[in-house]
Write a protein that binds this ligand. Structure first.
Ligand code: SF4
Length: 267
């Protein structure tokens, strides 16, 4: 794992995600090393030739770059869009924590999406924001599958426990079920496990943009599932797959009385 400290030119960038105004990525690279990661193009843009998951650039001056945060008052800021702000290296650098501390006086709306229980370390600061929510990504409750898919991240049970702690602390919580991977993602299991600790759920389908990496993983580790993946991803089948999936999620949301949003179109 190559870790290097860098001086960043900026730390808050306008977000391309529709529901967020800005994104903060305290790190470039991610130790969680998820096989389906959509952000791995960042390796190329940051001049790294190591595989995704094997390097992290620490934006060591990140907190100093927030000198006047008044313009972010009331704006929605997301941690993070192309890294995990609470990946293991955050334990040492406390960069995300320092940035949050600098933002408290300006009270932006804070959204955190993570796979790391380290976020619970910062409950004291998170509680100082009037509008804050913490989401955990969770695509399986099976610890063996999780370890293969997201080798550097916390286990499903650890994430669920952290969600409960956050909710008990009065922080709004969510579970982000994405990408929904055929065979791995048992939606009902996830909803059952998280319904009492997540205020709402978000669901997103398997994005074909990252299918190459996922398919090569399936071919190597679960070759018996490969035909199903290839079938689903074909142009003529993908829409029907999403439409059925949407129907299934709609039914589960009614059955388990959970609040949620489906982020993909069923058409
Ligand atoms: S936690 Fe997010 S950014 Fe990190 S490897 Fe996984 S999907 Fe990519």
């Amino acid at each position: 794992m190559q870790i290097q400290e860098i001086q960043a030119k900026s730390i808050i960038a306008p977000s391309k995600i529709p529901s967020c105004d800005y994104a903060i990525n305290p790190y470039t690279g991610c130790q969680h090393s998820c096989i389906y990661c959509y952000a791995d193009y960042m390796g190329f843009y940051s001049g790294h030739c190591e595989p995704w998951g094997q390097f992290v650039d620490v934006k060591i001056n990140g907190a100093e770059l927030i000198d006047d945060c008044q313009k972010y008052r009331g704006q929605e800021i997301m941690f993070s869009s192309v890294t995990d702000a609470y990946q293991p290296i955050e334990k040492k650098y406390k960069l995300t924590r320092q940035i949050l501390e600098k933002l408290v006086p300006c009270q932006p709306k804070i959204t955190i999406l993570t796979k790391s229980t380290l976020v619970t370390r910062d409950i004291d600061i998170l509680k100082q924001f009037e509008n804050v929510q913490v989401g955990f990504s969770l695509i399986t409750t099976n610890p063996e599958h999780q370890k293969m898919l997201e080798p550097g991240a916390n286990s499903p049970s650890e994430r669920l426990e952290a969600l409960a702690q956050l909710k008990t602390a009065g922080i709004k919580t969510s579970i982000f079920v994405a990408p929904i991977l055929p065979y791995f993602t048992k939606l009902e299991d996830i909803i059952k496990a998280g319904a009492d600790r997540a205020d709402y759920f978000l669901f997103d389908a398997f994005n074909r943009k990252s299918s190459k990496k996922v398919l090569s993983f399936i071919a190597k580790s679960y070759p018996q599932w490969l035909p199903k993946y290839e079938y689903v991803l074909r142009d003529e089948n993908y829409k029907e797959y999403k439409s059925k999936l949407k129907e299934h999620i709609d039914k589960l949301m009614i059955e388990y009385k959970i609040k949620g949003k489906i982020l993909f179109s069923g058409k």
